[in-house]
Ligand binder design. Structure first.
Ligand code: GTP
Ligand code: MG
Length: 427
């Protein structure tokens, strides 16, 4: 695959930095920095130290001021780091400036997440989606990649070789754009297969719920336990990148399709939300959502907000939702659960690991489907004009066709007349 740039094969000693511009947000800043440590460790990178650095204002060159930048570089050198990882998003030019100053590799949160996604992608669709996001990230950063050619040329005194880097950048950009076009075409074809599969499901008219939530909250574990399958569930961030759908039986005998989805994280690169939109469409199109929260994590409420924010961005706001407070086996203080239940609506206490609360969740799923509106096609003999009249009066009629001596009426029928009409359903 085309690489973003020659990064050291394995970063061994990373300094993690978050630049903060507001002292009042210290708690949130620390929590983000600690999460960055989890993300970076997920990549197998050794973390030497975490640094929350204050800056009074945002600067163009390094994001922070020159003095602060020099301090950070000094710290990285004192710790003999081979990489600085910023929790803040760095513009391509800022990243270049930092590398110039520090003379070691400098990356940001977005690149870390892109790298994790690249490691995890399994199916063709996920691989293509990640590759597209990485290429788009790399495109404006290519000047940085080849900058050394210009510098080396300059040092050797050969003025003629200046610009070699620039030329190489142009070649690379052209190649990258071509590759991006190709990935987009391949994605379009993979996605049309997904659309066909979804249409088949819709034809069956089987109700469908999507399991959503922050990464590592226990979504895959929950799907496994409910459906008796064994999708990979692991104590690591972004274990799941592909959606998996399984069917389960609800207490009233109905079948429910359940889809596991990719987890969310704070400051999820927008590029990745875009790239994974197609996969996440499963959540948008589901009849309702099961939002899984790790109740044992003190950041649970913040994670809830993050997930809701991404869902809104995907157009899934207002979807009926059950909130599952998972991992209650790990919660020692019951006040924690009381507090979460007070702040969130329609919660269920659950432990996927200890199989607690599963019956209540299944029961709640049937409630969610109770007033699910469905349209049906009714074949009414012409002699039963009374029934056609009732449909037109009481139901929402979508279309009317004539076939021989029958009228075919497609309509959404309210519960009060559904029973009387049931024998005429013909779809
Ligand atoms: N103690 C406890 N651990 C749980 C529970 N549910 C899940 N876990 C653990 O939490 C970790 C993450 O679980 P996953 O099911 O992989 O989480 P996920 O939400 O699918 O994570 P991503 O796919 O990374 O977004 C695993 O180590 C699970 O064993 C629970 O109820 N109690
Ligand atoms: Mg998972």
């Amino acid at each position: 695959m085309f690489e973003v740039r020659e990064k050291p094969e394995m970063v061994e000693r990373a300094l993690l930095v978050r630049l903060s511009f507001n002292r009042r947000e210290e708690d949130a800043d620390i929590s983000l920095l600690e999460e960055l440590e989890e993300l970076v460790s997920t990549l197998g990178v050794g973390v030497v130290s975490l640094e929350l650095a204050w800056s009074r204002a945002m600067h163009r060159k390094y994001l922070c001021g020159t003095g602060k930048a020099a301090e950070i570089v000094e710290l990285a050198h004192a710790h003999e780091c081979d990489c600085i990882v910023f929790d803040n998003q760095l513009a391509p030019s800022q990243q270049r400036e930092w590398e110039e100053l520090a003379q070691i590799c400098v990356i940001d949160r977005e690149e870390v997440i892109l790298d994790i996604f690249a490691q995890r992608a399994q199916t063709k669709e996920a691989t293509l989606q990640v590759e597209l996001a990485r290429m788009q990230y790399a495109l404006p950063r290519m000047a940085r990649m080849w900058g050394h050619l210009d510098r080396e040329g300059g040092a050797g005194g050969g003025g003629a070789s200046r610009g070699m880097g620039e030329m190489q950048v142009e070649v690379d950009r052209r190649l990258a754009r071509k590759r991006i076009d190709r990935i987009k075409r391949e994605l379009a074809s993979v996605r049309s297969q997904r659309a066909t599969r979804r249409k088949d499901r819709e034809k069956n008219d089987t109700p469908h719920a999507a399991i959503v939530g922050y990464t590592n909250s226990g979504k895959s574990t929950l799907l496994n336990i409910l459906s008796g399958s064994d999708i990979m569930a692991k104590d690591m961030l972004f274990a799941t990148l592909d959606t998996t759908t399984r069917s389960i039986e609800l207490p009233d005998g109905q079948t429910l399709l359940l889809t596991d989805t990719v987890g969310f994280v704070r400051n999820l690169p927008h590029r990745l939300v875009e790239a994974f939109k197609a996969t996440l469409e499963e959540a948008v199109l589901a009849d309702f959502l099961i939002h899984v929260l790790d109740a044992s994590d003190p950041r649970a409420l913040e994670f809830f907000e993050t997930t809701m924010h991404v869902l809104n961005e995907l157009g899934a706001e207002g979807k009926p939702m059950i909130t599952v407070l998972n991992k209650i086996d790990k919660v020692e203080d019951s006040k924690v659960l009381d507090n979460l239940q007070e702040k969130l609506e329609d919660t269920i206490l659950l432990s996927a690991k200890e199989s607690l609360g599963l019956d209540e969740l299944r029961q709640q799923c049937t409630v969610m489907l109770a007033d699910r509106v469905r349209s049906h096609c009714y074949r009414i003999p012409q002699s039963r004009g009374d029934l056609s009249a009732i449909l037109h009066k009481e139901a929402k009629v979508m279309s009317t066709e004539y076939e021989g001596n029958d009228v075919l009426i497609t309509a959404i029928v309210p519960a009060i007349i559904a029973g009387r009409m049931a024998e005429f359903i013909c779809d």
